[in-house]
Design a protein around this ligand. Structure first.
Ligand SMILES: NC(=O)c1ccc[n+]([C@@H]2O[C@H](COP(=O)([O-])OP(=O)(O)OC[C@H]3O[C@@H](n4cnc5c(N)ncnc54)[C@H](OP(=O)(O)O)[C@@H]3O)[C@@H](O)[C@H]2O)c1
Length: 337
């Protein structure tokens, strides 16, 4: 057990779910601290039925912390993770800053749990759109070796944090009332619209979010030869990202085989009955830790292609749940020493 643990970014959209998960999963600890920016220092957050004071994130606070789960913007993680490591605190980090650092394992417990063994103080959790895709890819890859992926995402506004969620609600109210609304998280109105850009222009017409899906998938599978073509879209959904995924495999996978593989894979729930109108939808997956898969079809345009639909709660499995699962692996690893 880690004696003192901390949530860094405890007031954020992901931080709120980390608090819920530590409570739900009865995560072991002696003491717990809640850290955020100077703006929130002195306010309170609720945890286990009590209000707890938020402390300002400073280097010295890590003197007393053994394990930190961080969900802050990249520039904040860039600064605070070294403060923690220098003081022998292990960090599970949600931000994008450390993910591609060769000394930092990038871990999804259902896919590459063994990678945590090599950590040097920081372990990264992937981008939300990557996490649900690699969980779904894993059983197919083990069975038939995936060579190519074409993926289009339908990403919820909670992926842009508390400001993103507020933008959808307030923008919708203003739209219906015929009022003006100044969006904070998005460059264009998200109410009654969708935005085919997430992140900044990065590489040959692809955005930073799209290139994260490529690079992070390669790192997690340890296989740079998987060809991936992503398109990331922000949609007016409060929570849960959806993805339309087409994989091409070396060995053909039939629909029946795919259903069996998904049904027995850890972390996946299969909801796949088109005739009965059953498939995963964001409204049904909200608050669940699983990655949902449905609409499984053989590709009509290639020999070894398989198409499916995948939905997951981006604040849970796409962020907080994955980080807490990594922290649980660390607790197990510590107990085994
Ligand atoms: N949302 C998702 O679906 C998702 C999924 C995967 C990964 N992530 C990553 O997780 C991280 C957090 O995302 P989020 O959606 O939770 O964002 P958010 O709702 O905006 O929360 C950001 C958190 O970081 C804190 N923070 C900001 N500046 C700080 C500073 N200078 N010092 C200390 N704390 C500071 C904020 O505290 P204050 O309240 O004091 O500002 C808040 O607690 C981001 O790196 C994001 O990319 C998010």
């Amino acid at each position: 057990m880690f004696e003192t643990i901390a949530i860094v970014g405890a007031t954020g959209a992901v931080g709120r779910i980390i608090r819920q998960l530590l409570e739900e999963r009865d995560f072991p600890y002696g003491q717990i601290k809640f850290l955020a920016s100077k703006r929130s220092a002195g306010t309170t957050v609720s945890f286990k039925g009590k209000e707890h004071r938020v402390e300002e994130l400073t280097p010295d606070v890590f003197e007393e912390i053994d394990l930190a789960i961080g969900s802050t913007p990249d520039d904040v993680a860039k600064e605070f993770c070294p403060w923690a490591v220098e003081r022998n605190c292990v960090v599970v980090d949600e931000s994008g800053y450390w993910r591609m650092d060769p000394t930092v394992p990038l871990v999804v417990p259902e896919v590459n749990p063994e990678a945590i063994d090599d950590h040097q103080g920081i372990i990264s959790s992937p981008n939300c759109s990557t996490t649900q895709m690699v969980v779904a890819m894993k059983p197919l890859h083990d069975f038939g070796r995936i060579r190519r992926v074409i993926v289009s995402t339908y990403q919820a506004t909670s992926g842009a944090g508390v400001k993103g969620q507020a933008d959808l609600k307030n923008g919708t109210k203003a739209f219906l009332a015929g009022d003006q609304y100044k969006y904070e998280a998005f460059k264009y109105p998200i109410a009654f619209n969708l935005i085919p850009q997430i992140g900044s222009p990065k590489h040959q017409g692809y955005t930073s979010e799209e290139m994260k899906m490529v690079k992070e998938t390669h790192k997690i599978f340890g296989d740079d030869s998987i060809r991936i073509c992503p398109t990331c879209i922000r949609v007016p959904v409060d929570n849960c990202h959806s993805e339309s995924i087409l994989v091409e495999t070396e060995r053909k996978i039939t629909v029946k085989q795919a259903r069996e593989l998904f049904a027995s894979a850890p972390g996946i729930k299969l909801v796949d009955d088109l005739d009965a109108g059953k498939y995963p939808m964001p409204a049904d997956c909200d608050g669940d830790d699983a990655t949902f898969v449905g609409r499984i079809r053989e590709d009509l345009s290639s020999d070894n292609g398989l198409a499916f639909w995948c939905v997951s709660d981006n604040l849970r499995k796409g962020a907080a749940t994955n980080a807490v699962q990594i922290a649980e692996l660390l607790v197990k690893q510590q107990a085994a020493v």
